[in-house]
Design a protein around this ligand. Structure first.
Ligand code: G3D
Length: 179
């Protein structure tokens, strides 16, 4: 009976799935969060600490945390990781100079004990900017194919228009582990 009720509960979409959005400052994390929330662009200012919102999509409830990306705040990212099912790592596709820092942050995520069961979605954001890095180039630089321990996906997007964001959310929905 308990099992049946739990199944029905999940069918009606009352389960919450925790997503943590990380990435360097200026990558577009807050813009992405508010696109999901309102389908609109909001005026953002640098995140000091975190933003958290509940997003409901196709009857699935997500709790999305957007963490500040400045160097001084990155050390605290791991305090948010408990019970996280998905990490979204946002990369600014125009920021060639700091891609190696994103690679280090990605590999820290992969090695986090609390995230050993989490899946990773990478958003290659700002694809609207002429001359930005392609998904292939970012994948190569981040050495994505070396990640064998986690499910991962890279999705090109433009947070300003919302293009590509819902394909990413679709991948997340398809990778929810049903209890
Ligand atoms: P963060 O939360 O990762 O620090 P923000 O980043 O969401 O605050 O975005 C940083 C800046 O990048 C913002 O510009 C925002 O409008 C811009 N931005 C976010 N996504 C895109 C995108 O897909 N394309 C382009 N061209 N710009 C984007 P401002 O000028 O407000 O600092």
């Amino acid at each position: 009976m308990g099992m049946l009720l739990a199944k029905l509960w999940s069918l009606f979409g009352n389960e919450e799935h925790k997503i943590v959005i990380v990435g360097l400052d200026n990558a577009g994390k807050t813009t992405i969060l508010y696109q999901f929330l309102m389908n609109d662009v909001v005026q953002t200012s640098p995140t000091i600490g975190s933003n958290v919102e509940e997003i409901v999509w196709k009857n699935i409830h997500f709790i999305m945390w957007d963490l500040g990306g400045q160097e001084s705040l990155r050390v605290a990212w791991n305090t948010y990781y408990i019970h996280t099912e998905f990490i979204i790592l946002v990369v600014d596709s125009t920021d060639r100079e700091r891609l190696s820092i994103s690679r280090e942050e990605l590999h820290k995520v992969v090695n986090q004990d609390e995230l050993k069961n989490a899946a990773i979605l990478l958003f290659a954001n700002k694809q609207d900017v002429k001359g930005c890095m392609s998904v292939a180039e970012i994948s190569r630089q981040l050495n994505l194919t070396s990640i064998k321990t986690h499910r991962w996906q890279i999705q090109p997007c433009c947070a300003l228009t919302g293009e590509g964001l819902y394909q990413g959310l679709e991948w997340i929905s398809n990778n929810i582990k049903r209890k």
